[in-house]
Design a binder for this molecule. Structure first.
Ligand code: AMP
Length: 426
């Protein structure tokens, strides 16, 4: 947390009592005690309080003129293609472009007055742009939950007669498979929007049969690139992530030669368009690694485009792990493990998991003469990270972490038997 606050130059924190304890260390570290605004209480009163607090500090805030292409509207944390989490800068222009693109793609599923029960975090692009901002533009009614509680979620859908759901694949799995789902009337649900991680086509089919939804929209998105591909109601191919949204250009590029490839040939997905981010804050090197001349951006995902323009994602060459749609940066976990006095070297990878999609597993080299166990390492890490980052995939002790001559961890070599396999088109 301190790292993020330092990197972004955070001055004020708006939060509630429940979250306060998580901030303590960082706030102490950065001496920000006086700059925390708590918004507990009933919503109307809290909003008034927040506005009043804003009035108080108004004079201290820099006066800005918004220039849509360069003024940053949001900083979203992401690990990008490699390394530690970074702050991706989204301009007003990029967000508005994304909303315009999505508006066209998701109609008529986002009809004004549609009711959606929302549990997705709004610090992520899916929650912030696809759910909250697009919902406001379209006039949706959101029933917002502070986090995902399965029973409460199902109860809210039934009671509020929700007709539009925004989910990640593990929630699709719950809706498709869990016996508890039969106890609730979900017949109001017409459309489901799924994103943030690979969706198994079998699962989509099963859910469609079980609760009889009209359409499952799947979006392929990335914090830095918006949502360039969507399976819409009108253009849909199961197993693919759909076709390009308006104003997006894409190409499939050979990882080996850097040359553009033709239809049905796998390569890295490159994207260009007005919704692309403005680079990482204070990290020129990572920005240059990802952004090419002429505005093309590398996704770090591997896929192919069929003859009809549908994109199929088949692999990921970047280091990212996706646990239930949440990002985990393996480099961040390696780094923490290396602080343990008995660990000589460590590398974390994502392995396949039925329920969560992927879970982190650590490969550890013990220091000579030490006997750190799997549970020691798991406990050490879990005390220092958010719950979704725990080493649920376990620990394997090895003699050496495979590395390139430049010292880069060769995570692919560790993945041989545990590899996360992307769902394939049936
Ligand atoms: P994030 O920046 O957290 O949105 O993560 C972006 C990454 O999530 C992408 O680069 C993909 O690796 C993965 N991802 C997002 N949506 C999909 C999808 N529909 N199918 C497969 N992978 C996806």
């Amino acid at each position: 947390m301190s790292r993020t606050f330092k990197n972004t130059g955070t001055k004020y924190i708006v939060t509630n009592q429940n979250m306060l304890h998580k901030l303590e260390a960082a706030v102490e570290d950065l001496q920000m005690k006086g700059n925390i605004m708590l918004v507990d209480g009933d919503t109307a009163a809290s909003l008034d309080k927040l506005v009043a607090m804003g009035e108080e500090i108004k004079e201290d805030l820099p006066k800005i003129r918004i220039i849509s292409k360069t003024t940053i509207a949001a900083l979203l944390s992401t690990s990008g293609t490699t390394g530690f989490p970074k702050a991706a800068q989204l301009s007003h222009y990029a967000i508005i472009a994304m909303l315009y693109q999505l508006q066209h793609a998701v109609q008529p599923c986002y009809a004004a007055g549609s009711v959606s029960v929302v549990f997705l975090p709004m610090y992520h692009m899916f929650g912030l742009c696809v759910v909250l901002s697009l919902g406001l533009v379209q006039g949706l009614q959101h029933v917002i939950m502070s986090r995902f509680y399965p029973q409460e979620y199902l109860k809210n859908i039934a009671n509020k007669k929700a007709n539009l759901l925004h989910v990640v694949p593990p929630v699709m799995a719950l809706l498709a498979n869990h016996p508890m789902v039969c106890q609730y009337d979900l017949s109001s649900v017409e459309h489901i929007v799924c994103g943030a991680a690979p969706l198994c086509p079998e699962l989509a089919r099963k859910l469609q049969n079980r609760i009889g939804v009209q359409c499952i929209l799947e979006g392929y998105g990335m914090t830095e690139l918006g949502v360039p591909f969507v399976n819409t109601e009108a253009h849909h191919k199961l197993g693919s992530v759909g076709r390009k949204v308006k104003l997006v250009q894409s190409k499939i590029v050979s990882v080996e030669t850097g040359k553009e490839l033709g239809p049905n040939i796998k390569g890295e997905i490159w994207i260009r368009g007005p919704q692309i981010f403005n680079g990482y804050l204070n990290n020129r090197e990572a920005t240059d690694e990802m952004m090419k001349e002429d505005g093309w951006a590398r996704s770090g995902d591997v896929g192919y485009m069929d003859g009809d323009g549908y994109l199929f994602i088949v692999d990921r060459i970047k280091e990212l792990i996706k646990y239930k749609g949440h990002q985990i940066a393996p480099a961040q976990l390696d780094h923490i493990l290396l602080d343990h006095p008995d660990i000589a070297d460590a590398a974390v990878i994502g392995i396949k998991d039925e329920e969560a999609g992927e879970i982190p597993k650590a490969f550890i080299v013990r220091k000579q003469g030490t006997c750190i166990t799997e549970s020691d390492a798991q406990e050490f890490l879990s005390l220092r990270v958010a719950p979704h980052m725990k080493l649920r995939g376990g620990v394997e002790f090895i003699d050496e972490i495979p590395k390139s001559p430049t010292g880069k961890i060769l995570r692919r070599e560790l993945q041989t038997k545990d590899a996360f396999v992307f769902p394939t088109n049936p």
